[in-house]
Write a protein that binds this ligand. Structure first.
Ligand SMILES: Cc1cc2nc3c(=O)[nH]c(=O)nc-3n(C[C@H](O)[C@H](O)[C@H](O)COP(=O)(O)OP(=O)(O)OC[C@H]3O[C@@H](n4cnc5c(N)ncnc54)[C@H](O)[C@@H]3O)c2cc1C
Length: 400
C-alpha cells in the first residue's frame, strides 16, 4: 500500500538523545521524520555522560557504534569512595573481563560529541528533517492523523507524535497532566577542566564517585584523557531558587567542609554560573493516548544514580521503532506494546536509582558503616551479578 505524506510522517517533539535516536530508528524503517526542537540549534550542554554496555547493541542498530567508540574514553573501573576517609567502598570492574561478560564496554563521552554524531547520522537520511526554533505547544489527534502546533504558529501533520521532550515534557502535560517532576531538594554543578589541572591524588583514569551524607561528587576523564569532568551534587533548601556565584560558593563550602581534602579541592574548581535542580518522576502506566506516545525522560525520568537516563532513552528508540514496524500501521497497538515491553525495566531503573540515592550515595553515620561493610564484602563477581539485569541489555522484539 502506498502511504500518503501524512501517513508516512512521524513527528518527534524534542531533539535530545532520545528524539534523535528515535528519528534514526524510524527513518531506517522507511519513515519520513520531522524532529521539532525548541532550541535555536540541535545541541547538548557541554558535559560528560556515562553509558553502560546495554546501549551498544542499540548503537549498532542505529549505525553509530563505531563513531561513538571513536569519541569515548574506556575507564577500567567505576569506583565508590567514602567522602570522609577517601577509602574505597566498592567498585565495578569495567576492564576486559567486563567487556567479555557483557559483550560491550562501559564508556564516558562528551555529550556534545554524542549529540554531534547523532545529528550527523540523522543528516544521512534525506527523510529526516530537523526543525530548530520549534517549541511545541499542543497537538490534536484526529484519529487517523495528528497535527502538532508550535509556538510560532506552525502546523505539522503526521501519522503520530512522539513526545521525546524530556523531564518537563509538554506532551506529557497535555496527555497525562500529572504536574511537574518530583524535585528532591538536591542540585548539581557541572564543570570540565583540563585533565592536568585535576587535583593531585585524585584518580584521573577511572569513573569515581565520592558519597557522603547529603552530597556526592562524580568525576571522570573525557576526550582522549585531556579533560576532567566533575559533577558535584548536594542537598540544599535553596534548590528551587536562583542564586549568584557567591551564594552558591558559600553553600558548597559549608556542605563539603568536613569532606575529604580531594573533594574540597574539586569543589574549589567548580564553575558556579549554573546549577541544575535534581528530580525524577513516579513510574506509571499510560505512556500513550491514541496517536501520541512518550519516550525517554518524558515517559520515565530517573535520578542519575545508575547513570542510565540516556541509556533508557536510547533503548526506547530502537524498541519503539521496532514496535511501530511490527504493528503494521496500527499505531495505538504499537504504542501499547512498546510500553508493555519497557515499563518494568525503566521503572526498575527509577526505583533502584532512588534506593541508591538514599542508601548508597548519601548515607550518614550508622547507615554509612552498614553500607561500607555490606559493599566491601562483595567480590567483583557479586557486583556484576547485581548489574546483569541492566548491562545484559534489552531485547528488541521480533513480534508483538
Ligand atoms: C546531573 C545529571 C547527570 C546525568 N548523567 C547521566 C549519565 O551519566 N548517563 C545517562 O545515561 N544519563 C544521565 N543523565 C540523564 C540524561 O541526561 C537524561 O536521561 C537524558 O538526557 C534524557 O534524554 P531525552 O532525550 O529523553 O530528554 P532530553 O535530553 O531532556 O531532551 C529533550 C529535548 O526536548 C526539547 N524540548 C523540550 N520541550 C520541548 C518543546 N515543547 N518543544 C520542542 N522541543 C522541546 C529540549 O530542548 C531537549 O532538546 C544525567 C542527568 C543529570 C541531570
Amino acid at each position: 500500500m502506498v502511504r500518503s505524506d501524512t501517513d508516512n510522517t512521524a513527528i518527534i517533539v524534542g531533539g535530545g538523545i532520545g528524539g534523535l535516536c528515535t528519528a534514526i530508528a524510524l527513518a531506517q524503517n522507511g519513515w519520513s521524520v520531522r524532529v521539532l526542537e525548541q532550541a535555536p540549534q540541535f545541541g547538548a550542554i557541554g558535559y560528560g555522560i556515562q553509558l553502560g554496555p546495554n546501549v551498544f547493541p542499540m548503537f549498532e542498530r542505529l549505525g553509530v557504534a563505531q563513531a561513538v567508540r571513536a569519541k569515548c574514553v574506556f575507564p577500567g573501573n567505576v569506583w565508590m569512595y567514602d567522602a570522609f576517609d577517601g577509602q574505597p567502598v566498592t567498585r565495578v570492574r569495567t576492564d576486559a573481563d567486563f567487556v567479555q561478560r557483557y559483550g560491550h564496554p562501559y564508556v564516558v563521552i562528551h555529550r556534545v560529541d554524542l549529540h554531534n554524531l547523532l545529528v550527523a547520522q540523522c543528516l544521512k537520511y534525506p527523510a529526516i528533517h530537523l526543525d530548530e526554533n520549534a517549541a511545541v505547544t499542543s497537538f490534536e489527534d484526529f484519529g487517523d492523523h495528528v497535527v502538532v502546533l508550535t509556538q510560532d504558529g506552525r502546523r505539522v501533520e503526521g501519522a503520530f507524535v512522539v513526545g521525546a521532550d524530556g523531564i518537563r515534557s509538554r506532551l506529557r502535560t497535555l496527555m497525562i497532566g500529572d504536574g511537574d517532576p518530583t524535585m528532591i531538594g538536591y542540585v548539581a554543578h557541572r564543570t570540565i577542566v583540563p585533565l592536568d589541572q585535576a587535583p593531585t591524588g585524585v584518580n584521573r583514569q577511572d569513573v569515581a564517585l565520592w558519597g557522603g551524607p547529603g552530597f556526592h561528587i562524580v568525576h571522570y576523564p573525557l576526550r582522549d584523557n585531556t579533560m576532567f569532568n566533575i559533577v558535584a551534587v548536594f542537598r540544599t533548601d535553596t534548590f528551587s531558587q536562583k542564586g549568584d556565584v557567591e551564594s552558591y560558593r558559600a553553600e558548597l563550602q559549608a556542605t563539603y567542609k568536613d569532606a575529604h581534602p580531594a573533594m574540597r579541592d574539586m569543589i574549589a574548581m567548580l564553575d558556579l554560573e549554573r546549577r541544575w535542580p535534581i528530580g525524577d518522576r513516579e513510574p506509571r502506566r499510560g505512556w500513550s493516548q491514541g496517536r501520541a506516545v512518550l519516550i525517554g525522560d518524558a515517559a520515565h525520568a530517573t535520578l542519575q544514580s545508575l547513570a542510565q537516563g540516556a541509556g533508557m532513552a536510547i533503548e526506547d528508540s530502537v524498541i519503539f521503532a521496532q514496535c511501530v514496524k511490527l504493528a503494521g500501521g496500527d499505531h495505538p497497538r504499537a504504542f501499547k506494546a512498546f510500553e508493555k515491553l519497557r515499563l518494568a525495566r525503566t521503572a526498575r531503573v527509577q526505583y533502584e536509582s532512588r534506593f541508591m540515592w538514599n542508601y548508597f550515595y548519601h548515607t550518614d553515620d550508622v547507615e554509612s558503616e552498614a553500607r561500607n561493610a555490606a559493599y566491601r564484602a562483595r567480590s567483583d563477581e557479586d557486583v556484576w551479578l547485581c548489574l546483569d539485569w541492566l548491562y545484559k541489555g534489552a531485547v528488541v522484539p521480533d513480534r508483538i
